[in-house]
Design a protein. Sequence first.
Length: 277
Amino acid sequence: MEKYNEFKYKVISETKDGKTKQLYWNIAFGLQDVDNIKPSEYMLQLAKENVEGKKTYTEVYKQIDSYYKESTHINSDEREADIVSARIVQMVSSPTFRFDYNTLKLYHKHLFEGVDILVSQKYIGNFRDYNITKSEPILDGDTVLYSDFSMIEDTLRYDFEEEKNQNYTEMSREDILKRLATFTSRIWQVHPFGEGNTRTTALFIQKYITYLGLKDMNNELFKDNSKYFRNALVRANYINIPKKINENDEYLIKFFSNLLYKTDYQLDNADLDIKEK
């Protein structure tokens, strides 16, 4: 039986590579920028200790969780950034995935359970049952039209089924970029949750891209360009005929090109602002 030992399951353990750990923290901290929040100095110190191998992800999470449970004066934005960042690191570092729209619910619950993100906790990990708008600075205060709450589940089921039927092995590089941009844009436009949609979508897409075997990503992109990522999603889903503005996914495609193929497109938020046109 010893000859079969090499085929036994192996327990997934935390990487010891400091450079990889730093990349995970950069992704997590960068994604908080989509909501204009920053991690605390204490969280940055804990992350540094993790990168240096002094603390595990689990120890970092337990320590930051205890810190906020015991604190009497809490900066709610920092608490959100700290807790969610620690949870994102745990998720992006784990080579696990299931392609299903319910995975969005599970990721949302994992990221935001017990965190005040301005919606009732009953909506954490559950699709919204109300309709929403959001004033976007790059749209001069206008909003993207999100899916009606009554159509969320059916729309996601359709989008995921359509994506499941794609054959990426037969696509050109340009077609891969276009398809990933389209799929990402569609699930984001549904905006199934009351808050936390962009961070949940970003986490899901990173895990999905890895699942597709496209592992050599320039994930540093999320460190400084997460707000561009969100604004690109906005422009991919905004149309205004009187202003002669059509849905435009070129910005999102540029982002994915830099992410997957390490091209060097300039990602400038000013380019997405309709007031600049």
